[in-house]
Every structure is written in structure tokens, then in C-alpha cells.
Write a protein that binds this ligand. Structure first.
Ligand SMILES: *Cc1c(COP(=O)(O)O)cnc(C)c1O
Length: 423
């Protein structure tokens, strides 16, 4: 079949054929006509045109309160003025050099981020999955070169219900069938144990174990907070067995839970942080692996890299984000407002809500399955002007930008209650 014929079989947006006036053209961006976008998402039928702070305005001028915040990537609000100013200034200077040359932005960004994490070195990458992949590579190389594990035998322990991204290696150790099935053969070298169960984890450690990789609070699994002794005992277990503790704080970190990092709630210092999402200030993908040099020094010239990792624009944005977190104001705001959000949501338990979990401005809400799936409930909220996202089954996740106000939280809770009672 010729390329031309194949192209012609793709259903076209009607605008291409009819030349409708502007008002009608806007509909071509509706999900029902996203013909040229791969169908790996099932978006709500809301088409953003502009956004500011917690508000998204759609192509028809309707305003929505964004309670997803791009899965925590928009922690500081849409188009945060300070971050936009930093990005705009850097756009006028230099945006991309590759790591073949240095820029005046990378070292200050890495120094500030390392300091925020209490570490001394940063590996800059782009997406969250890349940060996790990079941490897996670093942990394996550390295992061979520093711990002395025989070549090819390194193992990494992960948790059931984990979400660390979408690459072939990462989905290899997922237990979510939707994420995993059909993508084999799978990368070996991972052992999965139930999340929050320190005894199973201890039993899985062998002489070949180089790292434990966990989300301190599991995000995609439904905002699952582990038992209070889990992370402190995990820290001790890793120290006793010379195993790296890798905390994936891509979603939980950078202020979301009311602390800089979720591990701070338990005073636990991991050996390695993976960061992403909010590090890019809601503007561009910026991720990082942060650790001490005794770990990251296993990477030497030529052993790892990324064309875009640490680019001047990303570094300028990332450094601004780190600077904003330096005095604890955002963290305190997330803690205070999070208390209000959680108390409003807890009042709904027994009234269509089964359980509410989370910390800070991060909540997983299990609704009565009789009220429909999480997706159906999100459609009801969207009809009321509130955007949220389901995770699994009848669980919803709220992660509004940290700029949300007390009154806006009341608005969300009122709409939530109304959607529970009136459908
Ligand atoms: C989103 C997420 C990732 C993957 O980040 P991407 O930027 O989508 O690749 C990894 N780990 C956690 C905990 C996440 O929430």
C-alpha cells in the first residue's frame, strides 16, 4: 500500500475538509477528534487553552479548578510568574549547549539542588523515568565497583504497586498488568515485595542486593502512606546490609506533602533521590538523581549521558524552583492547607467516601464503587468545574497546585460532596 493511500485512511479532523468558522474549529481539539494522537491516554473532554495559578480555561472560555496539577508537576501553579521570568530571561541568553560544553547555569543549579537534598552531587536528566533508569544504572555499577557484587548479579528490591515510569526496564518490575503486559521480554534483576511490609523486604535481601527502590508514599497506587516504622526500619536495614536506599520522590517531593521531601516526615535520609515533575516548574521536563559523590562517582565520562540533560534553560528553571523551596514557605503552605483539605475530605467518610489517605496537599480518596468508577466521578467533577484524576478503580487523586487558597479548597470540597450526593 502506498504511503499516500495509508495516509488517506486516517480519519481527518473535519476542519480540514469544511473550513468552518473559528468558533466551530475549536471542537477539533476535543478528545473525540484526537485522531492523530496515539491513544495511550483517555483524557477528560476538557481542552485547555490557557492557565494561570490553579485555574485552567478551556477553548470555550470555561474555567476549571485544576486539582491534578499535572500529577504534581505544576506544584507552584500554572505559569508561576517567578519561574516564567527565569525561563524567559534564560531564553534570551542560551538554551542548549549539550554537555559537550559547559554553561554558567548547570553548576549553580546542581549545587543548590544537592544542598536542598543534603547531598553533594547531582546527575541532571529530563523525565522522571530517565532519572529512575539512571538511578538503576548507578546502583548496579556501585554494586559491582564499590560493594563487590559479582558482575551481572546485582539485584534491586522494589515494592508491589510501584510506579516509577514507562520504560521497558521500569515496566519490567511493575505489577500493573496494564503497564506491563505485551512489552516483554522483561529486564531481569528485580525482586518485588509488598509495600509497607518490612519483614518481607528483609527476607528478600541477599548478598547480591545493591539497592531498594521505593516511593516513600506511593502515588499512582492511590496515595498510599506506609506504616510509621516502615521507612526508618528500611533505612536501618539498608545501612546494615550495605544496600542503597533510593527514594523516588518524583511525585511526592518538592513541597507536595508539606515537607520538602516525603521522607522528611520520618526523618529518613535516603542514599539516592530521584526527582522530576515539579523540578521543571510546570514549564519543561527536568529530572535528577541526587546522591553523595561516593555513589555518583561511578559515572565517568562516556558511561552515561543525555543530550538535553542539564541544559541551560532547564537548569535556570530548576534552580529557580530550588530557590523557591529554600525558606520553607511553600512546604508550610502545603502543610497548613493540606490539613484543611484533609479535614474537609474526612468529613465525607461514610457519605459516599470509604477512605481518605495522604499528606499535605495530596489526597487519595476511595469512593463507594456503587457511585461509579473513578473516571465517571471525575467526569461529574469536571461538569462542576473541578479537574481531578482517577488512579485505580474507584480511587481519585487530588494534587492541586500549592497556590490553591483556603476558599478554593472549600469550593473543591463542596463540589465533591455535591457530586457524591447528586451524581
Ligand atoms: C511520574 C512518576 C515517574 C515518571 O516520571 P515521567 O516524567 O512521567 O517519566 C516516576 N516515578 C514516580 C513516583 C512518578 O510519580
Amino acid at each position: 500500500m502506498s504511503a499516500t493511500r495509508r495516509r488517506n485512511q486516517v480519519p481527518r479532523p473535519r476542519i480540514a475538509d469544511t473550513g468552518r468558522p473559528i468558533a466551530a474549529r475549536r471542537r477539533i481539539t476535543d478528545m473525540s477528534t484526537e485522531h492523530h494522537v496515539a491513544h495511550n491516554y483517555s483524557p477528560l473532554p476538557v481542552t485547555a487553552a490557557t492557565a494561570e495559578g490553579v485555574w485552567i480555561t478551556d477553548v470555550d472560555g470555561r474555567r476549571y479548578l485544576d486539582c491534578l496539577g499535572a500529577y504534581s508537576a505544576v506544584n507552584f501553579g500554572h505559569r508561576n510568574p517567578r519561574i516564567v521570568a527565569a525561563a524567559t530571561a534564560q531564553l534570551g541568553r542560551v538554551t542548549l549547549t549539550s554537555r559537550a560544553f559547559m554553561s554558567d547555569q548547570l553548576e549553580p543549579f546542581c549545587a543548590a539542588l544537592a544542598d536542598l537534598c543534603g547531598k553533594d552531587m547531582v546527575l541532571p536528566m529530563n523525565t522522571g523515568a530517565e532519572a529512575v533508569e539512571s538511578a538503576v544504572k548507578v546502583a548496579r555499577k556501585w554494586g559491582y565497583e564499590v560493594k563487590g557484587v559479582p558482575d551481572g548479579r546485582a539485584r534491586i528490591i522494589v515494592a508491589g504497586g510501584n510506579f516509577h515510569g514507562r520504560t521497558t526496564t521500569i515496566v519490567s518490575f511493575s505489577d500493573d498488568d496494564a503497564a506491563r503486559a505485551g512489552f516483554g521480554p522483561y529486564t531481569p534483576g528485580f525482586d518485588r515485595v509488598p509495600f509497607g511490609d518490612i519483614d518481607s523486604l528483609a527476607a528478600a535481601v541477599t548478598a547480591d542486593t545493591v539497592a531498594v527502590l521505593v516511593e516513600p508514599i506511593q502515588g499512582e497506587a492511590g496515595i498510599i502512606v506506609p506504616p510509621d516504622d516502615y521507612l526508618p526500619r528500611l533505612r536501618a536495614l539498608c545501612t546494615d546490609n550495605n544496600v542503597l536506599l533510593i527514594a523516588d520522590e518524583i511525585q511526592s517531593g518538592l513541597g507536595r506533602t508539606g515537607r520538602t521531601f516525603a521522607v522528611d516526615h520520618w526523618d529518613v535520609a535516603p542514599d539516592v533521590f530521584t526527582l522530576g515533575k515539579a523540578l521543571g516548574g510546570g514549564i519543561l521536563p527536568v529530572s535528577a538523581v541526587v546522591a553523595d559523590s561516593d555513589v555518583l562517582r561511578v559515572l565517568t565520562p562516556g558511561t552515561h549521558g543525555s543530550t538535553f540533560g542539564g541544559n541551560p534553560l532547564a537548569a535556570a528553571v530548576g534552580r529557580t524552583v530550588v530557590g523557591m523551596l529554600a525558606d520553607g514557605t511553600w512546604q508550610a503552605r502545603a502543610a497548613d492547607l493540606g490539613e484543611h483539605l484533609h479535614s474537609r475530605l474526612h468529613a465525607l467518610i461514610g457519605h459516599g467516601v470509604y477512605a481518605v489517605r495522604g499528606k499535605g496537599l495530596w489526597a487519595g480518596i476511595d469512593i463507594d464503587p456503587a457511585l461509579g468508577t473513578g473516571k465517571q466521578f471525575c467526569l461529574r467533577l469536571a461538569a462542576r468545574g473541578v479537574l481531578a484524576k482517577d488512579t485505580h478503580g474507584s480511587t481519585l487523586r487530588l494534587a492541586p497546585p500549592l497556590v490553591i487558597t483556603h476558599e478554593e479548597i472549600d469550593l473543591v470540597a463542596d463540589h465533591f460532596a455535591d457530586a457524591l450526593h447528586r451524581g
